[in-house]
Design a protein around this ligand. Structure first.
Ligand SMILES: [Zn+2]
Length: 392
């Protein structure tokens, strides 16, 4: 039997994952905590939130030497367990949720206007929102004066309450109405239902038959456990200012325009377009290489909105979910919405039910995408819309 010895201890899931990956790439098997039988991927957190990295006794010295050199190579802009920060242009940053850990719940970003900062979306986890504010402070030295809520979904607005009272939250009127009308109720439901939901995910993890599913479920367990742990820190704070069409924010160095084309992913999505830098913060109008969430959307309007966005001069897109993207991802998502509608129309033509629609296999071109669990819900949603004789 192999004897395992600890070589490092950390409170950062990301750091632990990086250390484990580094060790394994050098042929040193790494395990976490006392679960020496588990894999490095399923890192186990100890009773004090610590993660202990263990290696076989015979490889301790080699492992320590590897880990010592590692700190030197980690020269990141800003390190968060929840997101990876990218500087897209001078003063323009994307916070991309880390898929290898539980992540932040969604993506966000911020733009330095010279004497103040505009933050685009508040993330889901309070701790992630705190990291976002810390990143703003560290990288710009300016206050986060404006926070945009791209839409009302909890994974983008639960972080609102972490922002200082001086930060003005801006959204479309429908997003504000939705937050005022529903968010407190969603939060109450989350508080009640998260423990059962996480237990269900644990069960799914046990029953999972392939690594991709195991990874996806582990990510969700980590994310929702982190939410449950800090849910009392979530405070629903509705936007204090609304706009129709577009609104421009003027800073000492740069001005930016916040725009809405109306309905799409929800009934009032806002996006931020920086024409000079050719950067788009799309919110959930784009899920990049990730199954979009259709329930509650207005698919026909969503396609029209995507067509309009496709006409813009864009190089980089910060999507609501998924990695940094480009124009082709907008096109792919437009095709995706059309493809699903066609599939549902076939089910209806054959006299099928909503369950039949939900059972349709994911088309091969989207099979490798993240978020496959959203597909059946989206199919069911489209079935209900289309079978009512309505347009999608
Ligand atoms: Zn959304």
């Amino acid at each position: 039997m192999m004897t395992w010895k600890p070589v490092a201890i950390t409170y950062s899931v990301v750091e632990a994952a990086m250390m484990a990956a580094r060790l394994e790439s050098a042929g040193i098997p790494a395990r976490s905590h006392q679960e020496a039988g588990g894999s490095a991927l399923g890192l186990t957190v100890g009773p004090f939130g610590e993660i202990t990295i263990l290696v076989p006794e015979t490889m301790v010295e080699q492992a320590l030497a590897m880990l010592e050199g590692m700190a030197m190579t980690q020269e990141e802009l800003f390190t968060s367990d929840y997101f990876r920060l990218h500087e897209l242009a001078d003063g323009v940053y994307a916070a991309i949720s880390r898929s290898e850990t539980g992540g932040a719940g969604s993506n966000a970003g911020f733009v330095d206007l010279g004497n103040s900062v505009l933050v685009f979306d508040a993330l889901m986890l309070p701790r992630a929102a705190r990291d976002l504010l810390a990143a703003v402070d560290k990288l710009t030295g300016n206050p986060a004066r404006i926070l945009v809520n791209s839409h009302a979904h909890p994974d983008h607005i639960y972080g609102n309450g972490i922002f200082p009272a001086e930060t003005l939250i801006v959204a479309t009127p429908t997003t504000r109405e939705n937050i005022v009308a529903h968010s407190a109720e969603y939060l109450k439901e989350d508080k009640k239902e998260l423990p059962g939901f996480i237990a269900q995910l644990q069960k799914e993890l046990k029953e999972a038959s392939d690594d991709a599913t195991r990874r996806a479920v582990t990510t969700r367990i980590t994310l929702y456990s982190a939410l449950l742990e800090t849910i009392d820190e979530v405070a629903i704070r509705p936007p204090e200012m609304t706009f129709k069409g577009h609104v421009t924010f003027y800073g000492s160095e740069r001005s930016v325009e916040l725009v809405t084309y109306g309905r799409g992913h929800t009934d009032g999505d806002a996006f931020l377009y920086l024409p000079e830098e050719r950067i788009l913060f799309s919110g959930d109008l784009l899920f990049a290489k990730t199954h979009p969430y259709l329930p509650g959307s207005i698919p026909e309007a969503w396609r029209t909105t995507l067509d309009k966005l496709l006409a813009l001069d864009i190089e980089t897109i910060v999507p609501g979910h998924g990695d940094l993207a480009g124009l082709e991802d907008l096109r792919t998502e437009r095709d995706y919405l059309e493809a699903l509608e066609k599939l549902v129309r076939q089910v209806i033509a054959q006299g099928g039910t909503a369950d039949d629609a939900a059972r349709v296999a994911i088309p091969a071109e989207y099979a490798a995408w993240d978020g496959a669990r959203r597909f059946p819900d989206s199919m069911r949603f489209l079935f209900e819309r289309l079978s009512e004789g309505g347009q999608v």
